[in-house]
Design a protein around this ligand. Structure first.
Ligand code: DCP
Ligand code: MN
Length: 391
């Protein structure tokens, strides 16, 4: 319904009918008919055909100039929700069930991937859709949908998810030995790192930090670590590139050794042509010595990302294997391992065994400490057990 409404609104705003999903038709309306590019600074062009772009970034830029860009942005968001969560899942469903195909070797970082459906892509965060009210004086309603609630556990069972907390940040602390970062994890963890950072950045007490603020802080941390420039960060935070630049600077000044670590990783990659994860997996990056600046810096970011994310992937797979074994050989537990979503394991657990099952996380703490990081304790986690479906 919302898509239909938005389509009509778009046609009205454009003063003509056009296909909202066609970027060439949209380009015609935005730039040839409405000439919105004349009202703002340069609109970036597409790489291949060198046409004016209709990307999200561009539409965001144009949205104060005319009502249409905003309508298109919302249309795309709702369309994406419908195509992934409704049409996409329905097309994979057999007799009320879905069963993904898993690939061990499909990603460059060593993470597992899933397709048909890509169950790892089903967000754990709720999405919101505006529901228009046609009664006069009544405000539009905002409907919140949690994509994961589409999945229902068997009668008498509950889905239980165990998700590593701050996984890549911990790996980074370990690899960089940054004292400030290590301190965050070594002290008894009374507060959550992303919550603390969000409260500092937004200058509000940590009790007031909302889930969305924490997620944003997380996005900022990982984008800084993985070398997103100030432009991208500015877009992500809704601040100017100058402010974003200062922000990155202050982050890297506080956690000084992160920069040393990335520098060292890149240098080593320049020398050897590859980087290695914690468990010894290699990734070759032939572009690391390319003359082309764009290719070279991309390879540099990939090098750093691989070492951290690839190591996290190693660890997650080991945890997965170990927990699976420990459940399989348990004389009492009947839990079924359902999915792996990067740093999260999803089980279907008999209601009566939920407590016994979630207590076993201490087993995992020990397994991970002994096998992977014998010297340090900051890999002792699986800290959050969250009940997705409360039966
Ligand atoms: N990740 C990323 N960029 C994001 C979100 C996540 O690079 N915007 C990566 C890094 C995370 C990993 O994916 O370590 C797993 O995602 P989580 O959302 O589980 O992130 P964390 O484990 O770090 O945080 P949390 O404590 O919320 O689980
Ligand atoms: Mn996590």
């Amino acid at each position: 319904m919302r898509l239909k409404e938005l389509e009509q609104e778009a046609h009205r705003a454009a003063g003509q009918q056009f296909l909202l999903t066609s970027s060439s038709q949209l380009r015609e309306v935005l730039f040839e008919k409405l000439k919105l590019h004349m009202l703002c600074e340069k609109v970036p062009r597409t790489e291949m055909q060198h046409l004016q772009s209709t990307s999200e970034v561009v539409l965001n830029k144009l949205q104060d100039l005319h009502p249409l860009p905003k309508i298109i942005l919302e249309y795309r968001q709702v369309h994406k929700i419908k195509s992934t969560y409704v049409d996409g899942l329905l097309s994979c469903m057999k007799k009320g069930f879905i069963s993904s195909t898993w690939n061990q070797t499909g990603t460059v970082t060593g993470r597992l991937s899933a397709k048909h459906p890509n169950i790892q892509g089903i967000s754990k965060h709720p999405v919101q859709i505006i529901k228009k009210q046609y009664v006069k004086g009544k405000e539009n309603e905002i409907v919140t949908i949690s994509p994961r609630t589409l999945f229902v556990s068997a009668e008498g069972y509950t889905f239980l998810a165990a998700d590593f907390s701050h996984i890549e940040l911990r790996i980074l602390a370990h690899l960089s030995c940054d004292p400030e970062l290590l301190k965050l994890f070594q002290e008894p963890e009374t507060t959550d790192v992303f919550t603390t950072l969000a409260s500092q950045w937004r200058d509000i007490p940590s009790e007031q930090v909302k889930h969305a603020d924490r997620e944003q802080a997380k996005r900022v941390v990982y984008s800084v670590v993985y070398g997103a420039g100030k432009e991208r960060l500015a877009g992500c935070l809704g601040i100017t590139p100058l402010q974003a630049g200062q922000f990155i600077e202050s982050f890297l000044v506080k956690y000084k050794k992160i920069h040393d670590f990335t520098k060292k990783t890149i240098e080593q990659c320049h020398n050897e042509g590859y980087v290695v994860s914690i468990m010894g997996r290699k990734r070759h990056l032939p572009n690391i010595n390319a003359r082309d600046y764009r290719l070279r810096t991309q390879a540099e970011r990939q090098a750093v990302n691989f070492v951290v994310q690839g190591s996290a992937a190693d660890l997650c797979k080991m945890a997965m294997v170990e927990i699976f074994t420990s459940v399989a050989i348990s004389p009492t537990l009947t839990a079924r391992f359902v999915a792996q979503i990067h740093d999260e394991l999803l089980f279907e657990v008999e209601d009566s065994q939920i407590h016994e099952f979630s207590d076993r996380r201490s087993d995992v703490d020990i397994i991970i400490q002994i096998q992977v990081i014998p010297v340090k304790v900051y890999f002792a986690f699986i800290s959050r057990c969250q009940f997705i479906s409360e039966n």
